[in-house]
Design a protein around this ligand. Structure first.
Ligand code: ASP
Ligand code: MG
Length: 402
């Protein structure tokens, strides 16, 4: 007998039929003798729908009231699921974030989990009840409801797994695991049996939106084993853990991120402190920088280019223009017609030539690289937006076969 935390996303509980199907999965896990805590998201598009309704009444509602509103989606899901399980004759209780002692800070809309008391959870499990927990929500020190960011139910599930020292945290979703590339776009994409936390974090932040990134970071910090699997098919998914079996392939996946813009500052003085000034003013404005490239110009000048997310592009330009005299440059060039393509793999550290293989694949397809950046387990390139999908396909074929 073990203790498992299950989490089902919005599409897995979209309607009555889906709820009944999930109820059977929960019932089965429970009947095998496990203690079961299940975290649910709001049904299908409920959260988006609630946001739409709110904006209709007030384009700028207070974040506090937004959280009161948005937390109801998850509350409805757990109540409905409890009813479905009651119908199956099983002992069940549904609980909200505050009832389980999910304490967060007061950053409404993207609150951070501070602690989870878990007493109520343990008491219910001791009574052999199935516990259903509303995901994505907590309570702050003022006893007000908070939410922890879009997609946050994954993180709720991992936080519970940590607090209860669970054997496994299973994230059921509408894909059957983590793939070597987007299976909807790359025909040869393969499902991975295992992936490390670090690889998953990279793939998630690179735009393979399967899991809430904070959930994987938390799982890594506390060593919680996760599994991503389909709520429709009964087959094993992808296990996420610290160390994986030695794979035959050098990389775990190819990802595309289109939410990216490039800014180039031309004609900077070639002297100490210039890069510092550029990135200090941007950091003060809380703009995240990704790839940075400095190139040598002519006549004692430098160019610095870097990337930001598309929604930060205009703000970044504004800040740089405001500080033009302090920084000292002649021109700003920007484009958002680009995409970042990355390969990720823990195996990269021990096998040379991985980057070269990627560049060769792009060369074979006559795709020009605008910028390159590397880390221990990742190589990223910037390419023209129009070449993005072709880049993923050709790189994927190079590493995994067509
Ligand atoms: N319902 C929330 C959202 O749509 C949280 C979640 O699904 O994890 O973002
Ligand atoms: Mg999700």
């Amino acid at each position: 007998m073990g203790l498992v935390v299950l989490k089902f996303g919005g599409s897995s509980v979209a309607d009555t039929e889906a709820i009944q199907r999930v109820a059977w999965t929960i019932a089965e896990t429970y009947s095998e003798g496990n203690n079961v805590v299940t975290v649910l998201s709001a049904q299908a598009d409920t959260t988006d729908e609630l946001i739409r309704k709110a904006k209709e009444l007030n384009p700028n509602p207070s974040m506090r009231e937004m959280d009161v509103l948005l937390s109801t989606g998850e509350q409805a899901s757990v109540a409905l699921m409890a009813m479905a399980l009651e119908k199956l004759g099983l002992p069940v209780v549904s609980l909200t974030g505050w009832q389980i002692g999910m304490n967060t800070d007061s950053d409404y809309g993207s609150a951070r989990i501070k602690s989870l008391s878990a007493e109520r959870l343990k008491a219910e499990l001791d009574r052999r009840r199935i516990v259903l927990v509303a995901g994505f929500q907590g309570v702050n020190k003022f006893d007000d409801i908070t939410t922890i960011g879009r997609g946050g139910s994954d993180t709720t599930a991992v936080a519970i797994a940590v607090a209860l020292n669970a054997d496994l945290c299973k994230i059921y979703t509408d894909v059957d695991g983590v793939y070597t590339a987007d299976p909807n776009k790359v025909p040869g994409a393969k499902k991975l049996d295992e992936i490390t936390y670090d690889e998953m974090i990279e793939l998630a932040s690179l735009g393979a939106q399967i899991l809430h990134n904070r959930s994987v970071e938390m799982a890594k910090r506390y060593g919680v084993k996760m599994e991503v699997l389909s709520s429709l098919h009964r087959k094993p998914g992808t296990i996420i853990k610290g160390v994986t079996k030695v794979e035959h392939t050098k990389i775990s996946g190819v990802a595309k991120d289109s939410n990216i813009a490039r800014i180039a500052l031309v004609g900077l003085r070639d002297e100490p402190g210039v890069a510092f000034k550029v990135f200090r003013v941007l950091a003060n404005a809380k703009i995240n920088i990704d790839i940075i490239l400095q190139s040598i110009g002519r006549d004692f000048t430098n160019d610095i280019s870097f990337t930001v997310s598309r929604e930060d592009m205009n703000k970044a330009i504004e800040i740089l223009e405001e500080n033009k005299d302090v920084i000292g440059y002649t021109e700003i060039n920007t484009t958002d017609k680009i995409a970042k393509i990355s390969i990720v793999g823990a195996g990269m550290m021990s096998s040379p030539g991985v980057a070269a293989m990627m560049f060769e694949a792009l060369y074979d397809s006559k795709i020009n690289i605008a910028m390159i950046s590397t880390s221990e387990i990742k190589v990223s390139v910037l390419v023209d937006e129009n070449d993005a999908d072709r880049s993923v396909a050709t790189i994927h074929a190079k590493f995994f076969g067509a």
